[in-house]
Design a protein around this ligand. Structure first.
Ligand code: DNO
Length: 348
């Protein structure tokens, strides 16, 4: 496996000098953040990111994310043009050594949480989603600003998008995803890049917006849309694992054996009876996911893709981007390294 760490570029309070000190840190996962979805990434920016990372003894060979413009997901008039731009971005990344590109096909919003700094008994804070904080919200009527949501939309734009997705429905979204994949995967194949789709987080509809990258049947359907080694998953244990219907170790074993996991996001979640969930430290003992079984499945199926510790808690007084502090993610990386070493030695 290739250990990696997400870095938000020069505005990230965590320095590359610190990231490189985490044992076994190989790759920095990043993106060009000052370019809007639907625009091409300037080559100078990609080249600069690459040299900054390399000057710090690591590789820039994985991108998270190239965002997919809403008009592609909605299949609107300029979707073809926007897909062309997307293909150009794949080519540009490949030119600078990128081997894996993460993206998602979630309508309007990426992940959804109700609070980003829920304090646990030990004083650490983490991201949570509590249904009692969600249930009375109606995005078509209320002004909703959930933490982490794209603040560049006005409330009217959000309402318009939500109703457009409501009309599109799941099958419409599948159709637009298929069209997108049929254009981008041949380009990725040509460039030697694996495209890794991130599951919907959480993996069920919210506010009536369709969500399709959610469960085993849908992941099977996704992989068959274009049956190519470049059409892969970013298997996020926390996103799939916050629904009790997903057996995450089983899914990891199955898709890794098929060679269709390009990237693993490893994160813990603690499920509550009403479907609410809390993020927590990475260890198996901290939540519902058995990390030993997950790593064992990867090792036994010969996984050689990228891994990163996903969201950590804020601990030791650290402040910064929720979920993306240094300390708890570094603890997560150390723990994941340990699980891999134990499983690899146990296998021999
Ligand atoms: C959350 C992340 C996601 C992920 C995108 C991929 O912290 O895992 O935001 O980067 O969904 O496009």
């Amino acid at each position: 496996m290739k250990m990696s760490f997400r870095w938000y570029g020069e505005s990230d309070p965590i320095s590359l000098q610190y990231i490189r000190q985490i044992p076994n840190m190989r790759s920095v996962v990043s993106a060009i953040y000052d370019v809007a979805p639907g625009q091409v990434w300037p080559e100078e920016s990609i080249a600069k990111m690459k040299s900054q990372v390399e000057e710090n003894g690591m590789l820039f060979d994985i991108v998270e994310s190239i965002p997919v413009h809403e008009n592609i997901k909605l299949g609107r008039d300029n979707a073809d043009e926007l897909i062309e731009v997307y293909c150009e971005n794949i080519r540009r990344c490949a030119k600078y050594g990128i081997k894996c590109i993460t993206y998602n096909f979630m309508p309007v919003f990426d992940w959804t949480r109700t609070q980003l700094d829920k304090q646990a008994e030990d004083g650490s804070t983490s991201l949570v989603m509590y249904w009692d904080q969600m249930k009375d919200l109606d995005p078509l009527k209320d002004d909703i600003h959930l933490p982490g949501w794209d603040a560049s939309y006005t409330q009217d734009q959000v309402r318009e998008l939500i109703s457009a997705y409501g009309q599109l429905g799941e099958e419409g979204l599948w159709k637009n995803l298929e069209k997108f994949l049929k254009k981008i995967i041949p380009v990725a194949e040509e460039c030697g890049v694996k495209m890794a789709i991130h599951p919907d987080d959480p993996p069920y509809p919210i506010f009536g917006i369709p969500r399709i990258i959610t469960n085993e049947a849908n992941l099977d359907r996704f992989l068959k849309l274009v049956d190519s080694g470049s059409n892969c998953l970013c298997l996020c244990t926390g996103s799939l694992g916050c629904a009790a219907f997903n057996d995450v170790p089983k899914m990891v074993r199955k898709y890794s054996a098929m060679g269709r996991i390009a990237f693993m996001h490893i994160r813990q979640v603690k499920l509550m009876e009403d479907g609410s969930f809390e993020e927590n430290g990475h260890l198996s003992g901290c939540g519902n996911l058995d990390m030993y079984e997950i790593v064992k499945a990867l090792v036994e199926t010969g996984f050689d893709g990228y891994v990163r510790p996903d969201h950590g808690r804020m601990i030791w007084g650290e402040t910064g981007k929720a979920g993306y502090g240094l300390y708890d993610r570094a603890l997560g990386a150390a723990y994941i390294n340990g699980l891999f070493e134990a499983c690899e030695k146990g296998k021999a």
